[in-house]
Write a protein that binds this ligand. Structure first.
Ligand code: GLA
Length: 387
């Protein structure tokens, strides 16, 4: 069960009715995510350990008997879009949000799914541009909506893959599969250990004693796409030189032995990916055993690896991580989460430490950096579905 506030739903329904002239028939949701560990490992066929969060995209929908799709976006001043399933679906010239909807629908068609039109209203409260996967939650919400409306023969993993295909090929962002998969397959009180090669998933129970804190550094994420693509290319280069399909196929031990074969920078990139994927498996085990000491060491190592080897952190984020890691002193873990170059920090800690952690950040971060943070206390939540 997901608890969605009645007021969000009633605002959504009101806009649906004023836009389309009648009430919606059904409601769907898909969550954003926070990644606990395993960064930039997904497109290297490695392991990730994210959880879905209780911030999500909501959809109100009514099926149509023709081939028209009409959409209204509450978070974009009620902008509207309309396209036909009978014509080739093209990019919207100006509205980026429309392209997530168009791309998902187009890729459903490319998969041979038989769909008809729909009237759709969308709203979301996943912070945008913060690295919490607001786009993936939109892609999965739309995929899930059509799946259920037209009883499409798709697994949740296929809804996720369809969303990723839309993002890669229609929107033009070369992301991996982590975000869509956890938005589709997340579970309440659990993190999802995902094997990004086989798509095997294991739910890892999150101890009830643990709070999930997300701190948005509000550092504007510049150059994300180009830096992301550069990192991908460097990882592919490492795999090619090493003669393997993906960095998944080498252990840390073996990589260290092969060091001299790689250019120095490429070695460091590979070192991050291979070590973080190994840490992810250890972290899943530590989480399962409520072993906070081990978890805190693994999260710290992951952060240093992103900072020094993969070079995707920025000083304001490193500052928050240092601040919290001193405060937590092994009783919880903290690291940057997401693609990098700004965005969020994730911290796991006993509930009793939350107030102190918040206070520390509020008292120091803006003074030090001139930027004001946002803090969210999240619950590991269920993946996409009907409300
Ligand atoms: C972004 C991408 C994901 C993943 C992370 C880094 O969130 O969308 O696929 O690569 O960056 O772990």
């Amino acid at each position: 069960m997901t608890t969605i506030s009645a007021s969000r739903l009633s605002v959504l329904d009101r806009v649906f009715e004023t836009t389309f002239g009648s009430a919606p028939a059904r409601h769907f949701q898909a969550p954003g995510r926070v990644n606990l560990i395993g960064e930039h490992t997904d497109y290297n066929d490695g392991f990730v350990l994210p959880c879905a969060i209780d911030y999500q995209t909501l959809v109100a929908v009514k099926p149509r008997t023709d081939m028209t799709v009409r959409v209204v976006a509450l978070d974009y001043a009620n902008q509207q879009d309309e396209f036909s399933l009978a014509d080739e679906i093209e990019s919207h010239p100006t509205q980026l949000w429309s392209n997530y909807v168009r791309g998902v629908v187009k890729h459903l068609q490319l998969r041979g799914m038989q769909i008809q039109g729909a009237d759709i209203a969308i709203t979301g409260n996943v912070p945008q541009g913060a690295g919490l996967s607001s786009s993936a939650s939109l892609e999965v919400a739309i995929g899930e909506t059509f799946k259920q409306l037209y009883q499409l023969p798709m697994t949740m993993a296929e809804v996720a893959l369809n969303g990723q295909a839309a993002e890669n090929q229609f929107v033009g962002c070369n992301c991996g599969i982590m975000d869509q998969m956890v938005s589709a397959c997340g579970a309440e009180h659990h993190a999802l250990l995902l094997d990004c090669r086989t798509y095997d998933t294991q739910l890892i129970s999150m101890p009830e004693t643990l709070a999930v804190m997300i701190i948005n550094s509000n550092v504007k994420r510049g150059l994300v796409d180009s830096e992301y693509n550069t990192r991908r290319l460097q990882c592919e280069q490492a795999a090619t030189i090493l003669g393997i399909k993906a960095l998944r196929d080498i252990s840390l031990n073996e990589l260290q032995k092969q060091k001299s074969r790689l250019p120095e920078l490429v070695y460091r990139r590979a070192h991050h990916v291979v070590s973080d994927s190994e840490r992810t498996l250890l972290a899943a085990e530590a989480l399962r055993n409520n072993d906070l000491k081990t978890l805190s060491i693994l999260m710290a190592e992951s952060h240093y690896s992103m900072r020094d080897d993969f070079e995707i952190t920025v000083p304001p984020i490193d500052y928050i991580v240092e601040l919290l890691s001193d405060y937590l002193a092994g009783q919880g873990g903290v690291r940057m989460t997401g693609g990098g170059f700004g965005g969020c920090i994730v911290a796991l800690m006993p509930h009793a430490m939350v107030d102190g952690a918040k206070q520390l950040i509020v008292q120091n971060y803006a003074n030090k950096t001139g930027i004001k943070e946002d803090i969210y206390i999240c619950k590991a939540s269920i993946g996409a579905g009907e409300i």
